[in-house]
Design a protein around this ligand. Sequence first.
Ligand SMILES: *[C@@H]1O[C@H](CO)[C@@H](O)[C@H](O)[C@H]1NC(C)=O
Ligand SMILES: *[C@@H]1O[C@H](CO)[C@@H](O)[C@H](O)[C@H]1NC(C)=O
Ligand SMILES: *[C@@H]1O[C@H](CO)[C@@H](O)[C@H](O)[C@H]1NC(C)=O
Ligand SMILES: *[C@@H]1O[C@H](CO)[C@@H](O)[C@H](O)[C@H]1NC(C)=O
Ligand SMILES: *[C@@H]1O[C@H](CO)[C@@H](O)[C@H](O)[C@H]1NC(C)=O
Ligand SMILES: *[C@@H]1O[C@H](CO)[C@@H](O)[C@H](O)[C@H]1NC(C)=O
Ligand SMILES: *[C@@H]1O[C@H](CO)[C@@H](O)[C@H](O)[C@H]1NC(C)=O
Ligand SMILES: *[C@@H]1O[C@H](CO)[C@@H](O)[C@H](O)[C@H]1NC(C)=O
Ligand SMILES: *[C@@H]1O[C@H](CO)[C@@H](O)[C@H](O)[C@H]1NC(C)=O
Length: 635
Amino acid sequence: MVRIAFTVAAFGLTCAYARISSVSRTVIINDSPYYLPTEPLVTLGQDTHNITGDALPFTILADVGDGSGVKSSVENWETIDDVFNKEFLNTVVLAGSSLDASGDLMSFLNESGTQMMLTTTDMSSVFSASTFSQLTDADLPAGPYILAHDATGSLAVYAPLRLHYDHSQFLQVYGHEIRWIYEVVSASLDTDSSPYIAVPSRVHTLSKNDSELPLAGLRVSVKDLYYMKGLVTSAGNRAFYSTYPARNSTGPAITRLTDLGAHMVGTTKMVQFANGDRATADWVDYHAPFSPRGDGYLEPSGSSTGAGTSIATLDWLDVSLGSDTGGSVRSPAALNGVYGIRPSVGAISLDEVLPLSPILDTAGYLTRSPKLFSSFGKAWYGESFQSYPAFPKKLLVSDDFLSVTDAANAVYRPWIEKLRSFLGGETAGNYSIEGHWNASSGIQAELGVYLNETYATLVAYYQWTNVGKPLFEDYAAQNGGRSPHINPQVRYRWRYGESKGADGYAAELEKRETFENWTLSNFLTDNAESCTESIFLYPINSGTYSSRETYYSSPFIIPFGFSSNRVANLARSAEVVIPIGQIPFHSNITEVEEHLPVSISLVARRGCDFVLLDLVDKLADEGLVQEVKTGRTAF
Ligand SMILES: *[C@@H]1O[C@H](CO)[C@@H](O)[C@H](O)[C@H]1NC(C)=O
Ligand SMILES: *[C@@H]1O[C@H](CO)[C@@H](O)[C@H](O)[C@H]1NC(C)=O
Ligand SMILES: *[C@@H]1O[C@H](CO)[C@@H](O)[C@H](O)[C@H]1NC(C)=O
Ligand SMILES: *[C@@H]1O[C@H](CO)[C@@H](O)[C@H](O)[C@H]1NC(C)=O
Ligand SMILES: *[C@@H]1O[C@H](CO)[C@@H](O)[C@H](O)[C@H]1NC(C)=O
Ligand SMILES: *[C@@H]1O[C@H](CO)[C@@H](O)[C@H](O)[C@H]1NC(C)=O
Ligand SMILES: *[C@@H]1O[C@H](CO)[C@@H](O)[C@H](O)[C@H]1NC(C)=O
Ligand SMILES: *[C@@H]1O[C@H](CO)[C@@H](O)[C@H](O)[C@H]1NC(C)=O
Ligand SMILES: *[C@@H]1O[C@H](CO)[C@@H](O)[C@H](O)[C@H]1NC(C)=O
């Protein structure tokens, strides 16, 4: 049954006749909501037609050959795609082949309740021959479509988008791509505040069966600092959102994904300007998204907050894009018990992406599937890295493991031993970066003192100078000299950055480079067979509870000091976060036993990203890592 729920958007009025030139609609098909975007795929012109109601769902079957493979393809669509359903088989268009319909096909369609089958020789009087040939000439890939009238009354074909409720409240903008421009989805249904997200059929790109589309059908959410043509970017700040217009181009990091067949389904909420807010204390401008893990009220972490919560919440989402300068992918990946990568700096162009510190910024992503984690990165980063014939044999096991709980070590220790055994290598236990630095850097200062202000200065000075200051000026120009609101953490960091000045910044740049050089020549050295001589392992989330309802006595944290997660930041190298287990805790909210993810980080030499991705892929084959679930528990 098809029901038009309501017409949501009508815009583009022309003054003389107030003619509506653009409409979008929400339609209900078999109790599921769908969205018809303003722009149809193909306009077929005026025609005599017999559409009952205002919208006719139909399926295109392209190049069916002798028809014998159709049944299994369509059954596959039902498992992989939440847009397609049997209702679309009521009307079937056979395109691209003059059909010598096989008995198999006919009986399958008969079983499926197909009422109308339209072929070149039989249009069933729904279309005239010329309209039908317009439809087939459009060469649409196989899959579900909707026939409806456009704003001018012409018959048109739409790609239906399925609407899903966003209960983790991760989305900032609900967009979809149409002709390389992103358009906001203006659908709403009964909600408690969270809107609906529209997702396209996976079948349309998958059924092209094109080896040049390795990411065909994948749904991807995008951190709201990647500029997307047609959308206004917030970067987590209301003043920034209101100051700058819709973006006029999409950067190469995103266009590469769409070129490879992926679909961007919306932009996710983030900590302001990719810094370090905590949910209740600091998210003043927007409400922080919810992590589904544990009791549902964990600190969701950041700055790729919505990236972490969305991938841990929504089964129909495959990948979420974040950015990692100082842990912004790794930390939400760890807290939400999913896979995450901070690639080496330079993995992919960050043109048209809001910067924090270009010398440290990276485009990372999160997934639930280890196989997809590997294949997605290899497709996205493309030629930036290469695979190697062997895996590194040496594991540098951080002395950080000495300070995690026994419960966490009961997860970590056996896993590390399995990894060592798989690699056929050796472990250096209780590895201390500080000790190694003391012994080999030739620098008198302790690492924590030497690099104390390096990260904080690099991000705060750069971003204040290149994003903050211009925003204050542009906002003042538009608002009678007023200053914009900036969340307390960011405001405080920017002031710190400003106080360091250009000289302070230059001094910290030099220290950073010294540390990177030391890492390359002493710590994560090279190997011709395996790219990186060793892998550094540390406990990135040992299953500790952090409540999002905590009120902090001090609002301000400048990210001083050195810790294991700073290696990949400052040496600009590759790090992957792997969820390997969980430990129980008693929630004071749900008052039952819940579970927290336990995650480990693997850090490799700069440029050895594919070695880590290949390793995760292989570990999935070996059963050492596995796909995680959405919802309260990862396993
Ligand atoms: C379409 O409508 C016309 C006019 O009502 C009718 O004669 C024709 O049989 C209909 N065709 C179909 C396939 O329902
Ligand atoms: C469709 O199936 C029914 C029985 O389920 C049968 O009576 C009918 O002849 C079939 N029609 C076609 C066109 O195969
Ligand atoms: C895709 O094409 C390959 C070879 O071109 C073929 O073997 C495979 O069955 C096709 N897959 C689908 C789903 O059509
Ligand atoms: C796109 O926007 C940028 C920044 O606002 C502006 O400098 C540029 O001229 C615009 N380009 C086009 C083609 O409109
Ligand atoms: C690491 O340190 C702990 C505690 O000092 C000790 O028991 C253990 O033997 C050490 N492990 C290795 C491999 O050195
Ligand atoms: C490194 O050297 C400093 C003295 O410069 C010392 O205080 C510190 O304990 C040493 N750290 C390690 C882990 O050896
Ligand atoms: C790091 O720098 C801050 C600010 O200058 C200072 O307060 C703190 O003591 C320093 N910490 C170390 C370990 O040097
Ligand atoms: C780091 O190493 C490069 C290449 O060897 C060298 O050119 C550069 O001067 C070094 N930087 C520092 C700060 O030592
Ligand atoms: C639960 O415990 C956490 C941390 O111990 C605390 O911050 C939070 O307020 C408590 N929540 C409830 C509902 O008691």
